[in-house]
Design a protein around this ligand. Structure first.
Ligand SMILES: [Zn+2]
Length: 265
């Protein structure tokens, strides 16, 4: 029975049987992993605290001969982001990031850039004094697209390689980038202002913890959200229907008119 060690973050927790947990984790060294933690929710269990959401844990685990998931034999808390669960906004955005990571990553494929970015995102949310984290989640989501190989081509027309003219540019999620006026065709495209494209280029080279150093208007945020939604739906191959998307849509309703409307759309 070979023991393996890694550092990880929990993406999804499900209680199974009396006191055990089935976890989808993002590990630094083995990618996304399904893991079982036996007796982890029993009172006094040392694993309980380290296998919470929004916590970094060092774990030792072993491969199960019969089961699809591996088993955790030891879990130690490395860092916990306790402020997130205390704040509704932080909790919503942090949950969205976990859902995005789970959605984008296949199992057992190591992607340390996504791992370290998710950790940094949670850490900066935990420390932040801001009230709204919409720009942080958009930045995280965009980096996730880049690190998973879905970065849109923004420098030239993705179809003919030609120059892009004008202040209003069109992005085709299927072709994976901006298209020039000649190559537009009759598909449904996402409109992006040239200023938004410049912001995207800056965000691509900016550390998630430096998000607030990039100037980003509300209108640009909305264009980026539409672009990321379209790219995600195209690459994931289905209409995205996540709890976090509902959360982000509700925030849109709240942000329009500057107040909370009575009903959800
Ligand atoms: Zn073209």
């Amino acid at each position: 029975m070979a023991l393996k060690k890694t550092e990880l973050l929990v993406l999804k927790r499900t209680r199974i049987q009396e006191s055990s947990l089935f976890l989808i984790c993002l590990s630094r060294d083995y990618g996304k992993l399904p893991l079982v933690a036996k007796s982890a929710v029993r009172p006094g269990s040392s694993s309980a605290e380290s296998l919470q959401y929004f916590a970094v844990a060092d774990v030792v685990f072993y491969q199960s001969e019969k089961e699809a998931a591996d088993y955790i034999s030891k879990a130690d808390l490395v860092e916990s982001f306790d402020n997130i669960a205390q704040n509704e906004q932080k909790f919503g955005y942090a949950s969205a990031a976990l859902e995005f990571a789970n959605l984008f990553l296949p199992e057992h494929e190591v992607n340390s850039q996504v791992y370290f970015n998710l950790k940094k995102f949670l850490r900066s949310l935990n420390q932040s004094e801001e009230k709204d984290f919409r720009r942080e989640i958009l930045h995280f989501w965009y980096l996730l697209c880049i690190f998973c190989g879905y970065a849109p081509q923004l420098g030239q027309c993705v179809e003919c390689g030609g120059k892009l003219a004008g202040d209003r540019l069109m992005l085709d999620p299927e072709r994976g980038g901006l298209v020039c006026a000649r190559c537009v065709g009759d598909r449904l495209l996402i409109g992006l202002d040239r200023g938004t494209v410049k912001v995207l280029e800056r965000l691509a080279g900016t550390d998630i913890s430096d998000n607030r150093k990039v100037s980003l208007t509300k209108a640009q945020q909305e264009q980026i959200r539409q672009m990321l939604t379209a790219l995600t739906e195209y690459h994931i191959g289905k209409r995205v229907d996540l709890k976090s998307f509902d959360f982000l849509r509700k925030l849109d309703i709240m942000n329009q008119d500057g107040g909370i409307r009575g009903e959800d759309s």
